[in-house]
Ligand binder design. Structure first.
Ligand code: CU
Length: 121
């Protein structure tokens, strides 16, 4: 009597854990992307992060000034990497292979403009 009750409890526990394990990973989960920018200082960081946060589908944007890499968490159903890069470009900064948009770049204060050559320190 006690034993069968125990077995029933054990079986239902096993079934429960199995249904948890087999939960499919959802496609609408947030994705994360790292994009190399031409940001120079904290103002660049704030500017890029702010403009990215205005973009639809962006959950989080964090730029590391030292590495110039911005890490973006986004909803792939609402936006994609090429859109995110164009936001960064329009802000006036390079985004990986996408070169900074000239109009956006011209609006930057001179301290935030990258030097003549690429990766000028
Ligand atoms: Cu700056």
């Amino acid at each position: 009597m006690f034993r069968s009750l125990f077995l029933t409890a054990l079986t239902s526990l096993l079934l429960l854990s199995q249904s948890f394990a087999s939960t499919p990973t959802r496609d609408d989960k947030d994705k994360e992307v790292k994009i190399k920018t031409s940001a120079i200082c904290g103002m660049c960081k704030a500017r890029i992060e702010r403009n990215l946060s205005f973009e639809k589908g962006v959950k989080e944007a964090d730029l590391d000034v030292k590495t110039k890499v911005v890490t973006i968490k986004y909803n792939p159903a609402k936006t994609d990497v090429s859109k995110l890069k164009s936001v960064i470009s329009k802000t006036g900064y390079d985004a990986d292979e996408v070169v900074a948009d000239q109009a956006g770049y011209n609006k930057l204060p001179s301290c935030c403009k990258k030097g003549g050559g690429m990766d000028h320190q």
